[in-house]
Design a binder for this molecule. Structure first.
Ligand code: PEP
Ligand code: MN
Length: 335
């Protein structure tokens, strides 16, 4: 739409799209509103829209994904969670333990996360573990601890929903729904997340190409949820020196195609405590909109992912270093 298109003009275009039997996806931006069209088999004649009042141009998107692309929306998406943002000028920091283990552990870490100025607290109540015998998370009891943390520290809660059936419960407690690497192609979960009113943090699958990752985001958007944050968390390669290979080239690659914010997870991306801070620095330097970092008050006793957890002191040092880098590169990252 043109920059001063009225709400009525937007609604009129949406109506025409729906009358043709398609789905309309209005996405307001700071300067103008884009309206995506899905549900079409084959190409749509642009003359249906081109001459409607308020329309600036009708753009054909030839890529496999549509709504995630810069072709549709030229402005970056800023995901808003109350007073916190991901994808705006601020570097978003999401930190916390891999799993909520008990109240004392969660509060000790949350206190440090709050003190660092980060706005988001992470912690799994439902954990996707490789072994069925490993700690699976506290379930709803963990969610209740997360709720208390939100109330006590004002931190926004990022936590994983493992499956479609668990979404209703997680939605009641979370501010951002995490979809884990192992679930990136759980298509029923993606569609369900697309119907959520909460933003979604979508991790890249362990062996997902960029196209597959963006198509997973497209599943969510196609259901009407446009608040998505992509997260590079490392992929499987032949490397033995890390748990995963953190593919930092994915950040500029996503940036070139998509308006969605993208963050880096150097914890799962390396699996090693001593590599987390160097790769966090690199992630910010390469233009990530934020970081997700695992922190534990006692990493040696962690029930999950202890080897990659930072101590509170290491985490505080990381935050001061990445903030300094972000200040230097922020203008370039935006352009
Ligand atoms: C996690 O964030 O603790 C997690 C399980 O991440 P991933 O899905 O990337 O392995
Ligand atoms: Mn973890």
């Amino acid at each position: 739409m043109i920059s001063d298109a009225t709400d009525g003009q937007v609604r009129a275009v949406v109506r025409v799209i729906e009358e043709l039997g398609y789905r309309a996806h209005p996405m307001p931006g700071t300067s103008r509103t884009a309206i995506g069209i899905t549900g079409n088999q084959g190409s749509v004649d642009p003359s249906h829209f081109e001459n409607l009042p308020g329309v600036s141009e009708a753009v054909r998107v030839s890529k496999p994904y549509k709504l995630v692309t810069l072709d549709i929306r030229t402005e970056k998406t800023i995901v808003r969670v109350g007073d916190a943002t991901i994808g705006g000028d601020e570097l978003a920091i999401i930190a916390g333990p891999c799993a909520i283990e008990n109240r004392a552990q969660a509060f000790a870490v949350a206190e440090a996360v709050r003190r660092s100025g980060a706005k988001f607290f992470r912690g799994g109540a439902f954990k996707p573990r490789t072994s069925p015998y490993a700690f699976q998370g506290l379930g709803e009891a963990g969610l209740k601890i997360l709720e208390e943390i939100r109330e006590t520290y004002g931190l926004k809660i990022v936590t994983e929903a493992l499956d479609e059936a668990g979404m209703d419960l997680v939605e009641r407690y979370a501010d951002v729904i995490q979809i884990g690497a192992r679930s990136m192609q759980n298509f029923t979960l993606l569609r369900r997340a697309g119907k959520s009113r909460l933003p979604v943090l979508l991790k890249r699958g362990l062996s997902a190409t960029l196209d597959e990752w963006l198509l997973a985001a497209e599943y969510i958007m196609s259901e009407g949820n446009y608040q998505i944050v992509l997260c590079e968390r490392g992929i499987r390669t032949f490397a033995q020196h890390t748990r995963n290979t953190l593919d930092l080239s994915a950040i500029p690659a996503v940036r070139r195609i998509s308006h969605l914010p993208v963050i880096v997870d150097p914890s799962h991306g390396t699996g090693k405590n001593y590599m987390v801070t160097p790769l966090a620095r690199a992630g910010v330097a390469v233009g990530a909109d934020g970081l997700i970092i695992e922190v534990h008050d006692q990493p040696d006793h962690a029930l999950c992912d202890g080897a990659q957890a930072l101590t509170v002191e290491q985490y505080e040092q990381l935050v001061s270093e990445v903030r300094a880098i972000h200040e230097v590169i922020a203008p370039a990252a935006v352009s």
